[in-house]
Write a protein that binds this ligand. Structure first.
Ligand code: ADP
Ligand code: MG
Length: 377
């Protein structure tokens, strides 16, 4: 499919075809930049890329999500951005060069996607990591997956100007089939935790509030403020008990609530990983619900639509747990349920949302997949 699309756009055959998954975070929201733990997994929706080397230094990008933009042309020896989607893959090439990986020639790239954009499923990381992986296959056999994640995060921070943590790129590069990834976002220590015999469904509220970016930066500031008053370098270095003892030193009650979320959420990630290891999905579900309530009431990054989806899911038979996932103010919920209940869940959640919001949400049952891979031609 991607090979024939590549041929149509570029008028020649592609050399290879790679796939990068999106990711969903099961629990551990707003913990990554607080030096804490996250528990994402890669999903079977994502971004395909067909590519081929060129004989000159041009870099050409085409996405079937942006046909109106046509083929975007960049030059590997000119670091000029164009303020369009293709800056994402081009940034990865600039970042690779910065880390000492200079491609020997230019390249043409075709991207095809079945991942909704801006919904908190990390389409940006999927575009970045699939680009890095293509270059790994063509030019840099010794570039490790972990290094790819670090370089792609650097690209998004430095060239796109989005101050994201490492979770997205790490999950997309390092995910494993039927496993969640327990990741310490500060040290990059990680562990695979089996996730079997339960179904995962993502529900897209279809909303993205304009608040998201400014509120994200504000939350980061509120957490930094709390850190200074607590005299710690990262909130998640504190256990809930230590936090209880020290919390009065935070003078702003708002910052105290933000810090309370980060500390307790980090603890919930640890408990969630243990619950998954025991296949104790009821406990996992309880923790997901607690996480949502804390994001709603303490961190204040939920919104009416996400609350409606999570709260409705909690009442549906077979559902172990549900919560908002991603930064907040729109995007998706993640729902964990008994296998065999997915189609009833889909009907129930759709009609609950339709009744209150006047439209149906998009519902995606997903399976937990491996990280970026090269596909057979
Ligand atoms: P997400 O939560 O999906 O990562 P972001 O706002 O971080 O949302 O990233 C979305 C951006 O990533 C898009 O605006 C676009 O620039 C880029 N992107 C995502 N998917 C594609 C695609 N299929 N083709 C081209 N660019 C894409
Ligand atoms: Mg993103």
């Amino acid at each position: 499919m991607e090979a024939s699309c590549f041929e149509k756009i570029f008028g020649r055959c592609s050399e290879l075809h790679c796939f990068a998954p999106g990711r969903v975070n099961l629990i551990g929201e707003h913990t990554d930049y607080n030096g804490g733990l996250v528990l994402p997994c890669a999903i079977d929706k994502g971004i395909h890329c067909a590519a081929a080397r060129r004989t000159d230094l041009k870099l050409q990008f085409y996405s079937d999500s942006y046909p109106q933009d046509g083929v975007r042309v960049y030059h590997s020896d000119r670091p000029d951005l164009q303020h369009c989607w293709a800056d994402y893959p081009f940034s990865v090439i600039l970042a690779l060069q910065g880390f000492g990986y200079q491609p020997a020639s230019g390249c043409d790239f075709f991207f095809g996607s079945d991942l909704p954009e801006g919904a908190g499923l990390s389409s940006s990381a999927a575009v970045e990591v699939v680009t890095a992986f293509v270059l790994h296959e063509l030019f840099f056999p010794f570039l490790s997956r972990q290094e790819m994640a670090v370089i792609c995060q650097f690209a998004e921070n430095r060239f796109i100007g989005v101050n994201c943590g490492i979770m997205d790129q790490f999950a997309v590069a390092m995910g494993k089939e039927n496993c969640a990834l327990l990741l310490d976002a500060h040290t990059l220590q990680h562990e695979y935790v089996p996730l079997k015999n339960a179904a995962l469904v993502i529900v897209n509220s279809g909303v993205k509030h304009s608040l998201a970016a400014s509120a994200y930066n504000q939350r980061r500031q509120e957490c930094e403020y709390a850190c200074r008053e607590l005299n710690v370098s990262a909130l998640c270095s504190l256990s809930p008990e230590e936090f209880e003892r020290k919390k009065q030193s935070i003078t702003s009650s708002l910052s105290r609530r933000r810090a309370f979320h980060a500390v307790t959420e980090n603890q919930r990630v640890k408990q969630a990983a243990e619950a998954l290891k025991r296949q104790d999905y009821r406990e996992m579900g309880r923790l997901m619900r607690e996480s949502h309530i804390s994001l709603r009431d303490q961190y204040e990054v939920s919104c009416e639509e996400l609350d409606l989806l999570a709260e409705a899911a909690w009442e549906i038979p077979g559902v172990y747990g549900a919560r908002m996932t991603g930064g907040g103010f729109g995007g998706c919920t993640v729902n964990l349920m008994e296998p065999g209940t997915v189609s009833d869940f889909t009907g129930s959640i759709s009609s609950a949302y339709l009744k209150k919001q006047g439209r149906e949400p998009a519902v995606y049952p997903v399976s937990v997949s491996s990280g970026v891979t090269r596909c057979e031609e």
